[in-house]
Design a protein around this ligand. Structure first.
Ligand SMILES: Nc1ncnc2c1ncn2[C@@H]1O[C@H](COP(=O)(O)OP(=O)(O)OP(=O)(O)O)[C@@H](O)[C@H]1O
Ligand SMILES: [Mg+2]
Length: 216
């Protein structure tokens, strides 16, 4: 199985080398957990200069993304950043066409998938659109991260975790009264994982990393 490194050595170790090639992973978490930074780190950690990365944000504009990365050691200058204004409906057919204008992408991030739900007719329509999008991404991009804003669960309760090949959650945990950010792999198809073990995610001026600390 060919793997696409996640950008975090510690996470790659847990994933047998990285995300399975041609997979789509849901990156879920609450506000401020580190979804954007982890994803920027993923697109910026290209293995070689020929790899093509794309970060699509419905949340922040280019300036916002640069600001988010400031002070974290992330160099996002070379990354292709596409900002889409939410002035019109987000329609999956148009969205797929937009992604097709960037052929042969290696790494793609969509920040975030919740916006698609906002513009769907109903839950069934959303699930169907999501299915179409994920199938397209599997065939056209080596590894995709779909960011999902959640409260506590793995997804919004509308099937995102079932549709995606993998689910990685970031959350805050208090271990011995010391609060920390943690990453949990809830699911990763084609990969032997240690489910539910929470590994500490550290965000600091020199970058992002997984520490040795973990909790259940
Ligand atoms: N150099 C740094 N050292 C420590 N923490 C930092 C540093 N830079 C940013 N952070 C923290 O990382 C947090 C996570 O940022 P990020 O934008 O990735 O979260 P997010 O999950 O995308 O949030 P949102 O749901 O609001 O989009 C920031 O809120 C900030 O507190
Ligand atoms: Mg964010």
């Amino acid at each position: 199985m060919t793997r696409v490194p996640s950008g975090l050595a510690g996470l790659d170790k847990l994933l047998d080398g990285g995300f399975p090639q041609n997979s789509c992973t849901l990156l879920s978490g609450g506000p401020g957990t580190g979804k954007t930074l982890l994803s920027l780190n993923f697109v910026e950690s290209r293995v070689d200069a020929n790899e093509k990365s794309c970060y699509i944000s419905f949340n922040e504009d280019t300036t916002g993304l640069f600001r988010a990365a400031e002070g974290t050691g992330l160099e996002i200058e070379k990354t292709a950043i596409k900002h889409m204004d939410l002035l019109e409906d987000i329609n999956v057919t148009d969205f797929i066409k937009t992604i097709e204008t960037y052929p042969k992408l290696d790494r793609l991030v969509i920040d975030n998938i919740n916006k698609l739900l906002l513009f769907s007719k109903d839950k069934a329509d959303y699930r169907h659109q999501l299915y179409r999008l994920i199938n397209f991404l599997r065939k056209n991009v080596k590894a995709t991260l779909l960011i999902c804003e959640t409260d506590n669960g793995m997804d919004t309760g509308n099937g995102e975790a079932f549709e995606c090949d993998g689910v990685v959650g970031i959350s805050f945990l208090e271990l011995e009264e010391i609060p920390m950010r943690t990453i949990q792999i809830h699911k990763m198809r084609y990969t032997a994982i240690e489910p539910k073990v929470a590994h500490e995610l550290v965000i600091e001026s020199t970058g992002l990393k997984l520490s040795e600390r973990k909790g259940i």
